[in-house]
Design a protein around this ligand. Structure first.
Ligand SMILES: [Zn+2]
Length: 167
């Protein structure tokens, strides 16, 4: 099953199940198309769905209005490893509340103006905007070994980003 809105949304692996408008926000309900995932520990497929919990994720604005996606976070059980595995989605980084394209959009906007202005216009806290900037700078510079990079660069990167954006 697909929706005519899928091509507009332009995110792979999901379909639009419905949408609503709440207090000036557009909320889009997504459904994940795949029935199984590949276990990251043993590389075997599993269809055993353990639980589904929806999360709200900020996405790019549309028609001049902020957009939130309601994304099902699905946890599967792998019998082979006897482990629970949360499905990772291409457009969403681990434990993030924004789509990757929204993070890029915020980052670009901060580079053109400043944190205070972007946080006001997007209704985000300054800490949230700063967190997005820190993360993207790290991804651009660490070439894969994010864990080590985080230790070495987080403090320095954060300071650089703040200095650049407050001037
Ligand atoms: Zn497994």
């Amino acid at each position: 099953m697909s929706s005519p809105l899928d091509s507009l949304l332009n995110l792979s692996g999901v379909t639009v199940e419905g949408h609503s408008q709440v207090e000036g926000y557009i909320c889009i309900q997504l459904k994940i198309l795949a029935h199984e995932i590949v276990c990251p520990h043993c590389s075997k497929p599993t269809q055993e769905l353990h639980q589904v919990r929806s999360i709200l994720v900020r996405d790019l604005p549309t028609f001049g209005q902020p957009v939130y996606l309601r994304v099902p976070r699905r946890q599967f059980y792998c019998r082979n490893c006897q482990k629970y595995v949360t499905q990772q989605l291409d457009f969403l980084s681990r434990r993030r509340r924004y789509t990757q394209r929204y993070e890029s959009y915020i980052y670009q906007r901060v580079l053109m103006s400043n944190i205070t202005q972007v946080s006001r216009e997007e209704d985000l806290t300054a800490d949230e905007v700063e967190g997005i900037g820190d993360k993207l700078r790290l991804y651009a510079s660490c070439q894969g070994d994010l864990r080590r990079c985080l230790k070495e660069k987080l403090v320095r990167t954060s300071l650089l980003f703040r200095k650049r954006c407050d001037n």
